[in-house]
Design a protein around this ligand. Structure first.
Ligand SMILES: [Zn+2]
Ligand SMILES: [Zn+2]
Length: 139
């Protein structure tokens, strides 16, 4: 299936291809940049091979910051409404970290949480949901 997603204003639209029966689980990220971009306690993500992701409308801007691992993280976002479509972390190689709650299909948003990253930045009021990594090589 090709999962559709779009930013808040609609200027950007993108798709991610998933093979039948090969839906990835979701990953919560508690890192500080995720909190600062979104204003929430964590982001909900899916790791998708770059070759399976297509921007179908608009051109994202790219903002690059240095993650805790010391590696660059490229953030692809809408230049109009600032929604972050996906990130590319150099340490993750050929995959995008996609914000899975932006998919239109609820079955993707409802996929199980399989992992949590940056547990050391988890807010004290937030329970552990899945196996948590304190610090990762990923950032
Ligand atoms: Zn937008
Ligand atoms: Zn994060």
């Amino acid at each position: 299936m090709d999962a559709q997603a779009h930013c808040l204003c609609g200027e950007l639209q993108w798709t991610a291809h998933f093979s039948k029966g090969k839906m990835p689980g979701q990953v919560l990220c508690h890192c500080m940049p995720c909190k600062m971009f979104g204003g929430g306690e964590y982001t909900v993500n899916m790791m998708v091979p770059k070759s399976d992701v297509k921007m179908t409308k608009g051109t994202p801007k790219v903002y690059t910051y240095t993650g805790e691992s010391g590696n660059p993280v490229d953030c692809f976002y809408c230049p109009n409404c600032t929604t972050h479509a996906y990130h590319h972390e150099k340490v993750l190689g050929d995959r995008y970290t996609m914000h899975s709650l932006l998919f239109e299909d609820d079955t993707l948003k409802h996929r199980p949480i399989e992992m949590e990253l940056f547990g050391k930045h988890r807010m004290p009021y937030q329970p552990e949901i899945a196996k948590t990594y304190e610090v990762t090589d990923n950032s």
